[in-house]
Design a protein around this ligand. Structure first.
Ligand SMILES: [Zn+2]
Length: 1025
């Protein structure tokens, strides 16, 4: 899934100010020794649940001797990682903070004597009931609920079903005793009443003797259930809080038995963005057209049909959909036949999937779309849209065709389906979703006119490349559970850049990928971050949703890049081909990936990569030099507001470096693996300087010490080209980060930036401006008016000339477009006359020519946003917004409208966006983030979010990417104690409506860090600006 479509645009305005709060201690990271890499839970007893973290089995009914205690857990992980977590475990106190995640209710939490008493009481109660029902005693052992010290096995307490009877299961995860083999789905949506009925026939095999079948169902009204023989009705119990249904049997279903469960049900089409949901748009005559589409990832397939809704329960699917004439239906597979029903409705039947597939990848659509198609190596590729946007689909078809060919060749495994549809849906929350064979997109992520700028096309190409990569990484090979989501998303993100850099070098993705690495670090340097492969609890829907974040996507991709550039030529690709081949059609954990990569090379990849995927954060490498001896020291780069948290985390760091005699060509790069806390590297005495982390392909930050920085700055001032643009950007990024950490003064930051007056390259300039703009916005929000004015003078002094020299005509190079849009957006937003005059003139030409005189695509946002600052032009923009059907332009107009400083307009946009209609609700996060950057907007928008929280989470689920984005944009520019307390108070009051989110911890950390940064740097800024 591509959760955010404005990732490129928002790069320059990303707040990079972070904090840490030792209150929010993460659970220590635990890794398990008993790896079981089989793809499907085939051999475990009925009472085995697959645990989210790695592949540790949680075995119900085990005695105390079979379990590690907590300390052993830590020790084994420390051994594996070659380091000690013991000091962390001793300070670990998960219950000390109101913001710690709560484990889901469990039967056997016996961490205190009081709990033990309660536990024994429940035990007795439940045991008697369980005996009566012939249920086995079941106690799930986890680190949060270890029963190791109890001499009696604990019994489960089963919850009550909706009808008052005991529900025969008490875990959020399904039992592994039953395995679905095939689903036969028949759906009859009614687009007038916005309801649907369905019949699901599930063929299953029994893996272990069991008296129950437990599966997922949410908001479905089960009207009839039969087992085996369709004349035998069975009773379905439902436990709504966990979205589960169950059928109990008096006798065991025997291992190996094949069963058929048939469920008839009815439901409403969802009015949110997940499940089987309804959507509408106005066609060119202004008439309202309705459609229905699906979005199941991560856990919403259960809202469309009862199913075993976990990624490891792969099965085949046969789908039938009934429709009215005038509509078409689409599903994962090609259509097999159409039957006219007695009612006059038509039933489309699709071929049964030839491959096993996770439920979250199933998809279907009923709409009146049209398409264009092309045959690419035996696959029919089609792009669908509403009829009036058909001419905007060509670029997507070209790009998808090229990339399909690229991936087929690169992975040595052909895309396995006969068709591949890419569909633009008018109402769609995520950027796109990789459903197998039926990829769904937001219109703005897929449709682009031929006249659009290369920068607009870059966005479309990115999303298409990401989703196509998923057809292998995610669809063909799927992570076993959401804790390893990075195996899907880290790869898709890595491939989106890598495939485009190869196939479409003109799109200039290497700069974007560099920005992505910086962005990942901005989140990962906080205490609230999480390991890429999460070993702590990922169970509740909120915890699963929260996995879709920058660490999973962007850090995941960054680590893959680092690994690729570290391994000998060809090993990365060979290893991945092996991985795909070994696990095609099944599920994996992270260790399976490392094993595949190790099998094709000499050295163990696991030893290095475990240090990167099982721990939070990343290292800071400090360099000190005495003649030819260069000492490297590593430590955890953790921003901390009170310096209270230290970790002993160590990484195996592939440290790369170049020196003054050979510094820019790839062949200059040397490599040294830093495994310990400290190591020494010898260089010739004649070496004047060293630059580490060549091209910033490593996921670490480097501190050169005062002298080291000074020699590098001198070198740059003497000859800017002595380092590659990416290395220059890397220095700028690192020095700002070090200043946040308190290791260098802001004066040193400014010293480095002095070289930038002669900088003309996109990567370093974008990084410098982005960093400066986040400082500027913080000062602005603090109403430090004098400093704001001086900061402007500073920016004009360093970059004013470059800003003024930008051309406002058509520009072909994407890199130049990126640069000028960043420069001009900053210039105009800070009110540089030359910029605002030009922008206004272009806007007036555009309106006076009835929008026929085009504004270059990369300049639209700056032109529209400048125009939106005048009341009259804001109104004309509003008109343009209502009339334009061209999506990428429409979105830029919306951002411009949202950048207004007029409180009434701000309030109107927010409420209209929440309502949906003129401004689609899917755009609300974008509107909020745009407004948060402006002075007038940022307070209003925070008030709005507080007041409308419940309505907002109705549309965007707690923990989801849009919610993460809303929290981040509304709070990340606060820097006062008052705001800290207010934010804390508000989120604490939410309880289960959001107080447990990681993004809340992140928000609080960020405000505290901003506070600290202000305290530390205001005096320096007053002197040095
Ligand atoms: Zn994705």
């Amino acid at each position: 899934m591509e959760p955010h479509t404005h990732f490129i645009e928002c790069r320059a305005s990303l707040p990079r100010n972070m904090i840490e709060n030792s209150m929010f201690e993460e659970e220590p990271d635990v890794v398990d020794l008993d790896k079981d890499s089989t793809a499907f839970p085939a051999l475990e007893p009925d009472e085995v649940v697959y645990e989210p973290r790695s592949s540790r089995l949680l075995v119900r009914g085990l005695g105390e001797n079979d379990l590690d205690d907590e300390e052993e857990d830590y020790e084994s992980s420390a051994r594996l990682l070659g380091m000690s977590f013991m000091n962390r475990s001793s300070t670990h106190n998960p219950s000390s903070s109101p913001y710690n995640r709560q484990a889901p209710p469990r039967s056997c939490s016996c961490s205190s004597a009081r709990m033990l008493v309660v536990g024994v009481f429940i035990l007795v109660l439940v045991a008697s009931m369980a005996m009566a029902l012939y249920f086995l005693p079941g106690c799930t052992f986890t680190k949060v609920g270890v029963c190791a010290n109890s001499s009696t096995p604990m019994e489960p307490s089963y919850p009550n079903s909706t009808n008052g009877e005991l529900f025969p299961w008490n875990e959020l995860r399904l039992p592994a005793s039953v395995r679905p083999v095939n689903y036969d789905l028949s759906l009859t949506p009614n687009l007038t009443s916005m309801t649907f009925t369905g019949r699901t026939v599930i063929n299953m095999t029994i893996l272990h003797d069991t008296k129950r079948i437990v599966l997922h169902s949410s908001e479905l009204n089960i009207t009839k259930a039969t087992f085996q023989d369709k004349s035998v009705e069975v009773k379905v119990l439902e436990y709504k809080p966990w979205q589960q249904i169950a059928v109990s049997f008096p006798e065991d279903l025997k291992v190996g038995q094949v069963c058929v469960l048939t469920l008839d049900y009815a439901a409403n089409l969802s009015h949110t963005y997940d499940g089987f949901y309804n959507s509408s748009y106005n066609d060119k005559t202004g008439a309202k057209r309705v459609l229905a589409a699906t979005q199941f990832e991560p856990q919403a397939a259960r809202k469309a049909f009862p199913c075993f809704d976990e990624p490891a329960f792969k099965a085949t699917f046969l789908v039938r959909i009934t429709r009215e004439p005038g509509y078409i239906t689409l599903s994962n597979m090609p259509q097999a036949k159409t039957t006219t029903l007695p009612s006059g409705l038509l039933e489309d039947e699709f071929e049964q999937t030839g491959v096993n597939m996770s439920t979250y990848l199933v998809a279907f659509i009923v709409a009146n779309f049209t398409s264009i198609t092309r045959n690419v190596s035996n696959t029919l590729v089609s792009v669908y849209s509403v009829p009036e946007k058909k001419e905007h689909t060509h670029y997507a078809l070209d790009t998808a065709s090229t990339l399909l060919h690229f991936y087929n060749t690169f992975f040595h495994i052909d895309y396995p389906l006969r068709k591949l549809d890419l569909v633009a849906i008018p109402d769609f929350l995520a950027g796109a979703m990789e459903n197998w064979g039926l990829i769904t997109f937001r219109e703005t992520s897929l449709l682009v006119g031929n006249q659009s700028s290369p920068l607009d096309k870059q966005l479309i190409a990115n999303v298409v490349a990401h989703e196509l990569a998923h057809q292998w990484f995610g669809n063909l090979v799927t992570m076993r559970w959401w804790n390893d989501l990075w195996l899907n998303e880290g790869f898709a993100t890595y491939w989106q850049y890598t495939s485009l850099m190869t196939e479409f070098p003109q799109l200039d993705l290497d700069n974007v990928f560099l920005g992505v690495r910086f962005k990942a670090m901005a989140k990962d340097c906080l205490n609230s971050s999480h390991p890429v492969s999460v070993s702590s609890q990922v169970t509740t829907p909120e915890q699963v949703s929260e996995m879709f974040d920058s660490v999973t996507y962007e850090k995941g991709a960054s680590l893959l890049l680092m690994l690729k550039t570290t391994l000998p030529d060809g090993q990365f690709r060979k290893g991945l081909i092996k991985y795909l081949d070994n696990y095609r059609g099944s599920n994996t954990v992270t260790e399976d990936l490392w094993n595949s990569l190790t099998q094709v090379g000499q050295e163990s990849v696991s030893d290095m990569m475990r240090t990167w995927t099982l721990q939070n954060g990343f290292p800071l490498v400090t360099v000190s030099r005495m003649g030819g001896h260069v000492t490297l020291t590593q430590e955890h780069f953790l921003l901390s507001a009170d310096n209270a948290t230290h970790t002993s985390n160590l990484w195996h760091i592939p440290v790369t470096y170049v020196n003054d005699s050979c510094s820019s060509a790839p062949s200059c790069r040397q490599i040294f693996t830093l495994r310990n806390k400290t190591a020494t590297l010898n260089v010739s005495d004649s070496v004047k300087w060293l630059k580490f982390n060549y091209m910033n392909t490593g996921f670490y930050i480097v501190h050169y010490g005062d002298e080291g920085w000074a020699t590098l700055i001198d070198a740059l001032k003497t000859d800017i080209n002595t380092l590659t643009p990416h290395d220059r950007a890397s220095l700028i990024h690192n020095i700002f980060a070090l200043s946040r950490l308190g290791r260098v003064s802001f004066r040193q930051v400014l010293n480095l930036l002095d070289y930038a007056t002669s900088e003309t390259e996109t990567a370093p300039l974008t990084e410098a401006l982005s960093q400066l703009s986040s400082v500027y916005r913080l000062l602005d929000k603090r109403q430090e008016q004098r400093l704001v004015a001086r900061m402007k003078v500073y920016i004009w002094g360093h970059f004013g000339q470059l800003m003024d020299s930008q051309d406002w005509g058509e520009e072909e190079s994407v890199s130049r477009q990126e640069l000028r849009s960043v420069l001009l957006e900053m210039a105009c937003s800070l009110g540089r006359q030359n910029c605002t005059d030009q922008a206004t003139a272009l806007y007036d030409q555009w309106t006076n020519s009835n929008q026929t005189k085009q504004i270059p695509g990369d300049l639209q946002r700056v032109v529209f946003s400048t125009a939106a600052q005048s009341d009259l032009r804001w109104l004309s923009l509003m008109e343009a917004y209502s009339s334009t059907t061209y999506d990428s332009e429409k979105r830029k107009i919306l951002q411009a409208l949202a950048s207004t400083q007029d409180p009434q307009s701000i309030v109107w946009i927010l409420s209209t966006g929440l309502e949906g209609g003129i401004i689609q609700t899917q755009e609300l996060p974008l509107v909020i983030s745009t407004m948060s950057d402006g002075f007038a907007g940022h307070l209003l928008v925070w008030e709005f979010v507080k007041e409308n929280w419940d309505r907002i989470i109705e549309k965007f689920p707690v923990g989801s990417y849009p919610i993460q984005s809303i929290i981040k944009s509304t709070t990340s520019q606060f820097s006062t104690q008052t705001h800290l307390e207010e934010v804390q108070r508000f989120f604490s009051s939410l309880k289960e409506r959001g107080s447990q989110m990681r993004s809340v911890q992140e928000a609080l950390e960020t405000i505290r860090l901003n506070q600290l940064w202000m305290d530390r740097n205001l005096p320096t800024l007053r002197i040095w600006l």
